[in-house]
Design a protein around this ligand. Structure first.
Ligand SMILES: C[S@@+](CC[C@H](N)C(=O)[O-])C[C@H]1O[C@@H](n2cnc3c(N)ncnc32)[C@H](O)[C@@H]1O
Length: 219
Protein backbone atom coordinates (compact mmCIF):
# COMPACT_ATOMS: atom_id res chain seq x y z
CA UNK A 1 0.00 0.00 0.00
CA UNK A 2 1.31 3.43 -0.95
CA UNK A 3 0.35 6.55 0.99
CA UNK A 4 -1.00 9.53 -0.96
CA UNK A 5 -2.23 13.01 -0.10
CA UNK A 6 -5.65 13.92 -1.53
CA UNK A 7 -6.67 17.41 -2.65
CA UNK A 8 -8.05 18.45 0.73
CA UNK A 9 -4.75 17.40 2.37
CA UNK A 10 -6.17 14.27 3.94
CA UNK A 11 -4.14 11.11 3.58
CA UNK A 12 -5.21 7.97 1.80
CA UNK A 13 -3.58 4.87 0.33
CA UNK A 14 -3.41 3.21 -3.05
CA UNK A 15 -4.24 -0.46 -2.97
CA UNK A 16 -1.87 -1.89 -5.53
CA UNK A 17 -3.76 -5.17 -5.92
CA UNK A 18 -6.87 -3.48 -7.27
CA UNK A 19 -4.92 -0.41 -8.46
CA UNK A 20 -7.42 1.91 -6.82
CA UNK A 21 -7.27 4.46 -4.02
CA UNK A 22 -9.20 4.06 -0.79
CA UNK A 23 -10.69 7.54 -1.25
CA UNK A 24 -11.39 10.15 -3.89
CA UNK A 25 -8.32 12.09 -5.03
CA UNK A 26 -10.50 15.17 -4.68
CA UNK A 27 -10.42 14.86 -0.91
CA UNK A 28 -10.88 11.90 1.40
CA UNK A 29 -12.45 13.92 4.21
CA UNK A 30 -14.58 15.94 1.82
CA UNK A 31 -15.83 12.71 0.27
CA UNK A 32 -16.82 11.38 3.69
CA UNK A 33 -18.87 14.48 4.34
CA UNK A 34 -20.41 15.03 0.93
CA UNK A 35 -20.93 11.45 -0.24
CA UNK A 36 -21.98 9.85 3.02
CA UNK A 37 -22.72 12.10 6.00
CA UNK A 38 -24.84 14.73 4.24
CA UNK A 39 -26.84 12.41 1.95
CA UNK A 40 -27.61 10.10 4.90
CA UNK A 41 -28.79 13.14 6.91
CA UNK A 42 -26.61 12.35 9.91
CA UNK A 43 -27.02 15.76 11.65
CA UNK A 44 -30.82 15.47 11.47
CA UNK A 45 -30.65 11.91 12.82
CA UNK A 46 -28.45 13.11 15.68
CA UNK A 47 -31.19 15.49 16.76
CA UNK A 48 -33.41 12.46 17.46
CA UNK A 49 -30.90 11.34 20.11
CA UNK A 50 -29.69 8.11 18.55
CA UNK A 51 -28.02 7.07 15.30
CA UNK A 52 -26.97 3.64 14.08
CA UNK A 53 -24.58 3.53 11.16
CA UNK A 54 -23.37 0.59 9.09
CA UNK A 55 -19.97 1.44 7.58
CA UNK A 56 -19.53 -1.15 4.83
CA UNK A 57 -15.88 -1.47 3.80
CA UNK A 58 -14.64 0.44 6.81
CA UNK A 59 -11.03 0.86 5.65
CA UNK A 60 -9.52 3.72 7.64
CA UNK A 61 -12.96 4.57 8.99
CA UNK A 62 -13.10 8.11 7.61
CA UNK A 63 -16.75 7.94 6.64
CA UNK A 64 -18.08 6.94 10.03
CA UNK A 65 -15.54 9.06 11.93
CA UNK A 66 -16.86 12.05 9.99
CA UNK A 67 -20.42 10.96 10.81
CA UNK A 68 -19.68 10.66 14.53
CA UNK A 69 -17.96 14.06 14.50
CA UNK A 70 -20.93 15.68 12.73
CA UNK A 71 -23.49 13.96 14.96
CA UNK A 72 -21.74 15.01 18.17
CA UNK A 73 -21.42 18.55 16.91
CA UNK A 74 -25.18 18.61 16.38
CA UNK A 75 -26.04 16.81 19.61
CA UNK A 76 -23.17 16.08 22.06
CA UNK A 77 -25.51 13.80 24.01
CA UNK A 78 -26.41 11.59 21.06
CA UNK A 79 -26.10 7.81 21.35
CA UNK A 80 -24.20 6.57 18.33
CA UNK A 81 -23.48 3.03 17.25
CA UNK A 82 -21.17 2.31 14.32
CA UNK A 83 -20.69 -1.19 12.95
CA UNK A 84 -17.92 -1.46 10.37
CA UNK A 85 -17.46 -4.35 7.94
CA UNK A 86 -13.88 -4.83 6.77
CA UNK A 87 -11.82 -7.86 5.79
CA UNK A 88 -8.28 -6.49 5.70
CA UNK A 89 -6.38 -6.14 9.00
CA UNK A 90 -3.60 -4.32 7.13
CA UNK A 91 -5.79 -1.28 6.42
CA UNK A 92 -7.05 -1.27 10.01
CA UNK A 93 -3.41 -1.12 11.17
CA UNK A 94 -2.92 1.95 8.95
CA UNK A 95 -5.37 3.95 11.10
CA UNK A 96 -2.33 4.68 13.28
CA UNK A 97 -0.55 6.31 10.31
CA UNK A 98 -3.14 8.90 9.29
CA UNK A 99 -4.42 12.06 10.91
CA UNK A 100 -7.45 13.42 9.06
CA UNK A 101 -8.89 16.63 10.43
CA UNK A 102 -11.91 14.97 12.01
CA UNK A 103 -12.59 15.80 15.64
CA UNK A 104 -13.49 12.22 16.57
CA UNK A 105 -10.67 10.52 14.64
CA UNK A 106 -8.15 10.42 17.50
CA UNK A 107 -10.54 7.99 19.24
CA UNK A 108 -10.48 5.73 16.16
CA UNK A 109 -6.80 5.15 16.96
CA UNK A 110 -8.03 2.70 19.60
CA UNK A 111 -8.91 0.38 16.71
CA UNK A 112 -6.19 -2.06 15.74
CA UNK A 113 -6.26 -5.50 14.09
CA UNK A 114 -6.44 -7.01 17.59
CA UNK A 115 -8.75 -4.45 19.19
CA UNK A 116 -11.78 -4.14 16.99
CA UNK A 117 -14.12 -2.21 19.25
CA UNK A 118 -14.30 0.61 21.75
CA UNK A 119 -16.79 2.76 23.58
CA UNK A 120 -16.26 6.44 24.27
CA UNK A 121 -19.09 8.04 26.20
CA UNK A 122 -22.27 7.26 24.28
CA UNK A 123 -20.40 6.31 21.11
CA UNK A 124 -19.81 2.62 20.34
CA UNK A 125 -17.70 1.52 17.39
CA UNK A 126 -17.17 -2.10 16.38
CA UNK A 127 -15.58 -3.69 13.33
CA UNK A 128 -16.67 -7.13 12.19
CA UNK A 129 -13.56 -8.55 10.56
CA UNK A 130 -14.28 -10.75 7.56
CA UNK A 131 -15.87 -10.76 4.15
CA UNK A 132 -18.75 -8.28 4.30
CA UNK A 133 -20.88 -10.65 2.22
CA UNK A 134 -20.74 -13.08 5.15
CA UNK A 135 -20.49 -10.78 8.19
CA UNK A 136 -23.54 -8.79 7.02
CA UNK A 137 -25.60 -11.91 7.66
CA UNK A 138 -24.87 -11.61 11.41
CA UNK A 139 -26.45 -8.15 11.63
CA UNK A 140 -29.92 -7.62 13.08
CA UNK A 141 -32.76 -6.74 10.71
CA UNK A 142 -34.47 -3.36 10.60
CA UNK A 143 -31.63 -1.84 12.64
CA UNK A 144 -29.57 0.85 10.87
CA UNK A 145 -30.48 4.47 10.12
CA UNK A 146 -27.71 4.90 7.57
CA UNK A 147 -25.56 2.64 5.42
CA UNK A 148 -22.28 3.94 4.00
CA UNK A 149 -21.54 1.60 1.10
CA UNK A 150 -17.91 2.05 0.06
CA UNK A 151 -16.32 -1.00 -1.62
CA UNK A 152 -13.72 -0.73 -4.36
CA UNK A 153 -15.42 0.10 -7.63
CA UNK A 154 -17.57 -2.37 -9.57
CA UNK A 155 -14.88 -3.05 -12.19
CA UNK A 156 -12.19 -4.55 -9.91
CA UNK A 157 -14.66 -5.67 -7.23
CA UNK A 158 -17.91 -6.72 -8.96
CA UNK A 159 -18.63 -9.25 -6.20
CA UNK A 160 -19.46 -6.41 -3.78
CA UNK A 161 -22.17 -4.91 -5.97
CA UNK A 162 -24.38 -7.98 -6.42
CA UNK A 163 -27.98 -8.59 -5.41
CA UNK A 164 -27.26 -10.82 -2.35
CA UNK A 165 -25.27 -8.11 -0.53
CA UNK A 166 -27.84 -5.43 -1.42
CA UNK A 167 -30.55 -7.76 -0.08
CA UNK A 168 -28.62 -7.93 3.20
CA UNK A 169 -28.46 -4.12 3.22
CA UNK A 170 -32.20 -3.98 2.64
CA UNK A 171 -32.77 -6.45 5.48
CA UNK A 172 -30.73 -4.49 8.05
CA UNK A 173 -32.00 -1.03 7.07
CA UNK A 174 -34.84 0.58 8.99
CA UNK A 175 -37.80 1.66 6.86
CA UNK A 176 -36.55 5.23 7.04
CA UNK A 177 -32.87 4.40 6.41
CA UNK A 178 -30.76 5.83 3.61
CA UNK A 179 -27.91 3.99 1.87
CA UNK A 180 -25.30 6.11 0.13
CA UNK A 181 -22.47 5.15 -2.19
CA UNK A 182 -20.08 7.00 -4.49
CA UNK A 183 -20.81 4.86 -7.55
CA UNK A 184 -23.52 5.36 -10.15
CA UNK A 185 -22.65 2.19 -12.10
CA UNK A 186 -25.59 0.75 -14.04
CA UNK A 187 -24.91 -2.73 -12.72
CA UNK A 188 -24.90 -1.49 -9.12
CA UNK A 189 -28.16 0.38 -9.56
CA UNK A 190 -29.91 -2.53 -11.33
CA UNK A 191 -28.85 -4.86 -8.54
CA UNK A 192 -30.04 -2.42 -5.87
CA UNK A 193 -33.44 -2.26 -7.59
CA UNK A 194 -33.63 -6.05 -7.75
CA UNK A 195 -32.93 -6.16 -4.01
CA UNK A 196 -35.86 -3.83 -3.30
CA UNK A 197 -33.98 -0.55 -3.04
CA UNK A 198 -35.23 2.59 -4.73
CA UNK A 199 -32.25 4.58 -5.98
CA UNK A 200 -31.66 8.13 -7.07
CA UNK A 201 -28.68 10.30 -7.95
CA UNK A 202 -26.49 11.22 -5.02
CA UNK A 203 -24.07 14.13 -4.86
CA UNK A 204 -21.39 14.74 -7.46
CA UNK A 205 -17.88 15.10 -6.13
CA UNK A 206 -14.86 14.95 -8.38
CA UNK A 207 -15.33 11.49 -9.79
CA UNK A 208 -17.27 11.11 -13.01
CA UNK A 209 -21.01 11.11 -12.45
CA UNK A 210 -23.07 11.36 -9.29
CA UNK A 211 -23.13 8.96 -6.38
CA UNK A 212 -26.23 6.92 -5.59
CA UNK A 213 -28.58 7.12 -2.64
CA UNK A 214 -31.13 4.42 -1.98
CA UNK A 215 -34.07 3.76 0.31
CA UNK A 216 -36.36 0.78 0.84
CA UNK A 217 -39.38 0.81 -1.39
CA UNK A 218 -40.64 -2.69 -0.72
CA UNK A 219 -41.28 -3.51 2.89
C1 LIG B 1 -12.71 2.11 -1.14
S1 LIG B 1 -12.03 1.34 0.28
C2 LIG B 1 -13.02 1.98 1.59
C3 LIG B 1 -12.42 3.16 2.30
C4 LIG B 1 -13.02 3.40 3.65
N1 LIG B 1 -14.45 3.58 3.64
C5 LIG B 1 -12.33 4.52 4.39
O1 LIG B 1 -12.96 5.50 4.79
O2 LIG B 1 -11.11 4.41 4.56
C6 LIG B 1 -12.68 -0.30 0.15
C7 LIG B 1 -12.47 -1.17 1.37
O3 LIG B 1 -13.18 -2.38 1.20
C8 LIG B 1 -12.46 -3.43 1.80
N2 LIG B 1 -13.00 -4.67 1.22
C9 LIG B 1 -12.86 -5.11 -0.04
N3 LIG B 1 -13.53 -6.27 -0.21
C10 LIG B 1 -14.13 -6.56 0.98
C11 LIG B 1 -14.96 -7.61 1.43
N4 LIG B 1 -15.33 -8.62 0.62
N5 LIG B 1 -15.40 -7.56 2.70
C12 LIG B 1 -15.04 -6.56 3.53
N6 LIG B 1 -14.24 -5.53 3.16
C13 LIG B 1 -13.79 -5.53 1.89
C14 LIG B 1 -11.04 -3.11 1.46
O4 LIG B 1 -10.12 -3.77 2.31
C15 LIG B 1 -11.03 -1.59 1.64
O5 LIG B 1 -10.66 -1.23 2.94
Amino acid sequence: MRKILTADNSESFINEQVNESYHSFHGAVEEALKKYVIPCKIPALAKTGSVRILDVCFGLGYNSAMAVSAALEENPDCEIEVIGLEYDPEIIAKIQEVNPLLPFYPKYKKLTPTNLEFQEGKVKVKILLGDARETAKQLPEDYFDAVFFDPFSPKPAPEMWQVPLFKEMWRVMKKSAILSTYSCARMARDNMAEAGLLYDDGPILGRRGPGTIATKWEF
